[in-house]
Write a protein that binds this ligand. Structure first.
Ligand code: ADP
Ligand code: MG
Length: 728
């Protein structure tokens, strides 16, 4: 095995940056492989084009006869660019994207053949759904699954395949993917936010939630990654002593990007441009060999698709550059892990960012309305929001003092805190003209000005207001953004619906002016959602105590956190908004619990295998060298040998002690795994894996890592941290 390690290291010595072709101007190739508006104008009839645009902008259904025309145009476009196949492209609950390619090619009579792609094939397909996670939905409903075209996310060409973004649902209509509930949530928040935005501007007819994600990742040399079974099978290192140099010098963050990596990024970005993913920012992150990529924000459904597509591209293109991308939230102990910040806002079809302060008091009241409602939504549903980012790998980050804690709170900055404090004092009932003028001049009117100087950014907050958007920072780097975005948009939708009812009621029953009613309701919301606001250090122990006092949840593990998904309130929320039925919510819960248990199971198996079959034999091998050495000393020095062999004897004993501890740990862990595997109920099984199996990992690792420090480097089988992290 150590030969594999040295072979891999040697391979990295000869690496050269892979040459890449970049276009002269990115704008010239942007969206070239997307069936976007300009391609549609060229390849579709006016009726077909209008029909797709109507579907995108107004959610109108596309007639079957029109779909036939659209599919023909789409096929012609794709074939003109070298496509041979098409696929429905969807996001089942595995977290990865799924595709099944079919050729356009079809035979007709007389041994002849044509290229065909009908409306039916565009609109709907039936992949065999039985092998995707369904959480019992299919058993309950005897349902085959089908995929259905989502015209709001444009088809694109990848390689020689036309990819058509689709939803994936069972025949009885239950969602089997991430996209379906997301689309429902986006539609709901659109309606709710539009209704509220009309208080301020009657011409608003649509509100689009926007998402700008920031993707963190590690790039590890492919040969080195391949030499580590834990990285290959579980996405992270399950053992490995920390490198003498880690990130303590802060010399990687924003440093100059290594050439091999830069060429990888350029290659990736060129592909992104062709696919219409508007990537913009790239830089080194905090940990060695850690990087980040961020695009310009987009409408949420498209942004989610683009992030999924990007992760797939990153993987494929890394291979070309002899890298392996690690998306895991914590691939290496002792250095920073990776997250995926989700910047979120609401934009009207009139071009206004509803979370952006404006130039007039009226615009600022609109800003405050959406701002305070968002805080209230997060306050009321903090536990559900925490559940939306839960997963075995993200557990390593949340609460591990490098990422936001497992406690959800919102940071808004001192100036906005002052504004809310002022608004809290607003008179109960109708406001006097004097008070209104005062508010407009001194509180609401001052917002853009003060925000300009508000550079105070609290990096420890999981949900921070950053000037014109909220940044949800606790999302995991491996996550499909659809999950947190579904929940965030759903809770904000629910909140805005409640808000509008309250305001309307005050206007109607109390004959209040619209402004007065809005101020009155906001005042109560500010009071009600105080506990969610936290400006201090989110990593500190003091906050844990304080949060507990405030009644905020602190669910540190996935099985604990997921519970909130199936609470009565959550199910009621999703049902009321028509985003998910009880069956769908429960199915997802089951799938996530199962996935959690499986991930820990895989890690346990890999760890046991490496420790027992790689580490212990190596330790024994080294111990034998020491024993031979001591024997030799005894031959030479007789009874006096201890004078020279004392340290060796000491080492022999230490090695035995570590071997014993490792073996004992593995044996016990396997016992606990066996017990856990017998548990039928997914929730209980996940809990057993979390509380009974996982705790062995640290101890087994500890002894393996100690051995790494003792054993001769020449025979150590596993590629070391310093090699994984510092090979460029
Ligand atoms: P940082 O958080 O790294 O300091 P920025 O404030 O420039 O950086 O923006 C971070 C991300 O926020 C970018 O990826 C950008 O696309 C996204 N973003 C900016 N405005 C919005 C918005 N209105 N809605 C959603 N995302 C946005
Ligand atoms: Mg950020």
């Amino acid at each position: 095995m150590s030969t594999l390690r040295f072979h891999a290291i040697k391979e990295t010595f000869n690496r050269k940056p892979v040459e890449v072709q970049e276009p002269e101007r990115r704008s010239a190739i942007f969206g070239k492989n997307v069936f976007n508006e300009s391609a549609m104008r060229q390849y579709l009839t006016k009726t077909s084009y209008n029909s797709v645009m109507d579907a995108i902008e107004n959610g109108k259904k596309i007639e079957r006869s029109v779909a036939d025309h659209i599919s023909t145009g789409m096929k012609e476009w794709a074939i003109s660019k070298g496509a041979t196949h098409y696929t429905h492209w969807f996001q089942p609950l595995t977290g990865a994207t799924a595709e099944k390619h079919d050729a356009f090619f079809e035979t007709i009579d007389n041994g002849q053949s044509i290229e065909k792609f009908g409306g039916g094939q565009l609109v709907q397909q039936e992949p065999d759904a039985s092998s995707f996670p369904h959480g019992g939905i299919r058993n309950t409903f005897e349902a085959r699954g089908y995929t259905a075209w989502d015209p709001t996310s444009p088809a694109f060409l990848y390689g020689t395949t036309l990819c058509i973004p689709t939803v994936f649902v069972s025949y009885t209509g239950e969602a089997l993917d991430y996209k379906t509930p997301l689309l429902r949530a986006l539609q709901t928040v659109d309606q709710a936010a539009t209704a509220v935005a009309k208080y301020f501007d009657k011409s608003v007819t649509k509100v689009n939630p926007t998402l700008g994600w920031e993707q963190e990742y590690f790039l590890i040399d492919k040969a080195l990654a391949l030499s580590r079974p834990d990285i290959m099978l579980s996405g992270r290192t399950l053992l490995g002593h920390s490198s003498p140099k880690g990130q303590q010098l802060d010399d990687h963050y924003f440093g100059s990007i290594p050439m091999r990596v830069l060429n990888y990024m350029r290659d990736l970005e060129t592909e992104c441009m062709l696919l219409g993913i508007p990537v913009k920012t790239r830089h080194n992150e905090v940990a060695p060999n850690q990087f980040e990529l961020a695009p310009i924000f987009e409408e949420t459904n498209l942004a989610v698709d683009h992030n999924s597509l990007l992760m797939d591209l990153m993987d494929k293109i890394a291979d070309r550059h002899n890298f392996k991308v690690l998306f895991h939230e914590k691939p290496f102990a002792g250095v920073n892990g990776s997250g995926k910040h989700n910047n979120w806002s609401l934009a009207t079809n009139t071009g206004v960012n509803l979370l952006g302060p404006g130039s007039t008091p009226m615009k600022n009241l609109q800003f405050l309305t959406f701002f305070i409602n968002t805080l209230k939504a997060v306050n009321d549903h903090e536990e559900l929001l925490r559940a939306s980012i839960a997963g075995a790998s993200n557990d390593h980050r949340l609460g591990a003092n490098e990422a936001p804690p497992a406690i959800i709170s919102a940071f808004i900055g001192s100036q906005l805190t002052d504004v809310l404090d002022e608004l809290e004092k607003v008179t109960d009932g109708k406001l006097s003209p004097q008070e209104k003028t005062d508010l407009k001049l001194n509180v609401v009117g001052k917002i853009p000005e003060i925000l300009m100087d508000n550079t105070d950014r609290n990096r420890t907050s999981p949900f921070a207001f950053t000037g014109n958007k909220f940044e949800f920072r606790a999302v995991g780097s491996t996550a499909n953004c659809a999950n947190p975005m579904t929940v965030l948009n759903a809770i904000v939708a629910k909140q805005l619906i409640d808000f509008k009812q309250k305001v309307d009621k005050l206007i109607k029953d109390k004959k209040m002016k619209k402004d007065d009613a809005i101020f009155n309701v906001l005042r109560e919301y500010i009071k009600d959602s105080k506990r969610i606001r936290f400006e201090g250090d989110g990593y500190g122990e003091a906050w844990e105590k304080e949060a507990k006092k405030r009644g905020l949840s602190n669910n540190k593990t996935t099985p604990e956190a997921l519970k909130a998904r199936v609470s009565k309130e959550s199910i009621a929320l999703f049902e009321e908004l028509n985003i998910m039925s009880k069956v769908e919510v429960e199915a997802r819960y089951e799938i996530e619990m199962e996935e959690y248990a499986m991930r820990i199971q895989i890690e346990g198996r890999v760890l046991g295998d490496i420790a027992r079959n790689h580490i212990i034999p190596t330790a024994i091998q080294y111990q034998n060298i020491l024993i031979r050495n001591v024997r030799g000393l005894k031959e030479i020095y007789g009874d006096n040998f201890k004078k020279f062999g004392g340290e060796q004897l000491n080492l022999i004993e230490k090695i035995s002690h570590h071997i014993e501890s490792i073996n004992k740990g593995i044996t016990e862990m396997i016992e606990e795994r066996k017990k856990a595997n017998k548990i039928e109920n997914a929730e209980k099984r996940a809990k057993a894996y979390c509380n009974k199996v996982k705790p062995y990992f640290d101890d087994i690792r500890y002894h393996c890592d100690k051995l790494e420090l003792l054993v001769d480097d020449e025979i150590w089988p596993l590629t070391k941290y310093r090699e994984l992290l510092f090979t460029k």
